[in-house]
Design a protein around this ligand. Structure first.
Ligand SMILES: Nc1ncnc2c1ncn2[C@@H]1O[C@H](COP(=O)(O)OP(=O)(O)OP(=O)(O)O)[C@@H](O)[C@H]1O
Ligand SMILES: [Mg+2]
Length: 415
């Protein structure tokens, strides 16, 4: 297929030599069954390329599945990928098919491959070499025919040097390396992408078209884009929704680049960019969205109280919201107590309680403290992030875990 056709078909924007080169490699390797290791910074388009390769391969009518190796707990990843027998471990009540069985005849995309545990790597190597695997808790050898595309935003060879990644597997996966260039190395694509994204989003939200003035265009092109195409896309979406003045100046544009992502002094040298900082912004978004949700809940609650003189719907949820808020606010000297909302006292049964019909009580025994490790873990992570104002590196230090583990936990626990 012609390179322009491929771009058209998969919505790929850009015309820089590095991007075209990556598309050419994908095009050449797609019809084969060769494993591909896609490397590239976060948000650069690795997943997009995995789809291109699958869709242009003879397996295109077969299944495709993307698995994030960094997000599956070490204890279950073998069974997710390769399946297990009934009773293979405590809790394995039934038999389970793994992805290598269900995707037979198709393609599996193993994202964040450097996070794969060593034991799983051994199983993966075997399946790559011979198409054979064994379910957890079984001794029967099974056969499958799956093409593997792996991706990483860290240097897997570093993991090899540190004994965390099998060298033989590394070479096996890396038969055809496919490097997706960071956006700052394809400056000529930045404005093209921006125009496409803003026009898509203004269509989607039915807002007037967006334009950048001269200076803003320069800022856009010279910025280092640590979050790559994803960051650019997010910014385009925000501009399309939020800006009243549709001719964007450099100054306005700068407000969309968080300080810790180089918004302080543009343009910024690439070496100064902490690689993963963009996700601090994701965390911030999350916090804002959570706050908004809490506000909506609270408004509902107040409206209920005013309208019905009582709490008519979902009072259980409301009381949870209040408890959560109470915990979140972390008032200085807050007592270790919880608010519980009780149902309004029935008016027939007039017991003189009307002064406080909702009977908001502070009751230390009413709500049991959660002893779940997961809750505790999320709590600690939240607190550490809060203490260090969302700086993951510092939070990870304080928690005594690596930044990467913290990153994974944040994803895993959906914080
Ligand atoms: N050349 C491109 N043209 C248009 N859209 C693109 C291009 N490259 C990436 N995108 C878009 O950018 C976003 C990020 O791409 P993708 O999810 O493939 O990145 P990634 O490298 O897998 O990121 P991560 O490492 O965080 O998983 C997606 O919405 C994707 O559609
Ligand atoms: Mg991805």
């Amino acid at each position: 297929m012609e390179i322009q056709e491929i771009k058209q078909r998969f919505g790929i924007i850009g015309n820089s030599p590095l991007l075209n080169r990556a598309i050419n490699i994908a095009n050449q390797v797609a019809p084969t069954d060769i494993s591909v290791l896609i490397t590239g910074e976060s948000g650069s388009g690795k997943e997009v390329f995995s789809h291109i390769i699958h869709q242009m391969s003879p397996r295109k009518h077969g299944p495709f599945i993307a698995v994030n190796c960094g997000a599956i707990p070490e204890g279950t990843i073998d069974s997710e990928l390769f399946g297990h027998e009934k009773g293979a471990y405590t809790g394995a009540v039934g038999e389970r098919k793994g992805y290598f069985e269900t995707v037979n005849g198709g393609t599996i995309f193993l994202d964040e491959i450097a996070e794969m545990p060593l034991g799983t790597q051994a199983r993966l190597l075997r399946v790559l070499e011979s198409g054979q695997y064994i379910k957890v808790g079984s001794s029967k050898v099974e056969k499958t025919n799956v093409r593997v595309i792996a991706a990483t935003n860290v240097d897997v060879y570093d993991a090899v040097k540190n004994g965390k990644f099998r060298e033989d597997l590394y070479y096996r996966l890396n038969t055809v390396p496919l490097r997706i260039p960071p956006l700052r190395d394809r400056k000529e694509d930045v404005y093209l992408l921006f125009r496409k994204f803003t026009s898509d989003f203004t269509d989607k939200y039915r807002t007037p078209p967006i334009q950048l003035d001269e200076e803003a265009q320069q800022v856009l092109i010279n910025y280092s884009w640590p979050g790559n195409v994803r960051q650019l896309k997010n910014m385009a979406e925000q501009l399309a929704v939020l800006e009243r003045d549709r001719i964007i100046t450099a100054q306005t544009l700068l407000t969309y680049i968080p300080l810790e992502m180089g918004g302080r002094n543009l343009p910024m040298r690439v070496e100064n960019q902490p690689k993963e900082d963009f996700s601090e912004r994701d965390i911030l978004y999350k916090v804002l969205f959570d706050m908004k949700r809490d506000m909506v809940e609270l408004k509902k609650l107040v409206a209920d109280i005013i309208e019905h003189g009582g709490i008519s719907i979902n009072h259980a949820n409301h009381s949870q919201t209040i408890n959560q808020l109470y915990r979140d606010i972390e008032l200085p000297n807050a007592p270790e107590a919880q608010f519980t909302l009780q149902q309004p006292v029935n008016s027939n049964n007039n017991s003189g309680n009307n002064a406080n019909p909702y009977n908001i009580t502070q009751d230390a025994e009413e709500v049991e403290e959660s002893l779940s490790l997961i809750d505790k873990e999320s709590d600690l992570i939240r607190k550490a992030l809060k203490k260090h104002k969302g700086k993951r590196k510092l939070a990870a230090n304080e928690l005594g875990i690596s930044e990467r583990t913290l990153y994974r936990k944040i994803k895993e626990l959906n914080l």
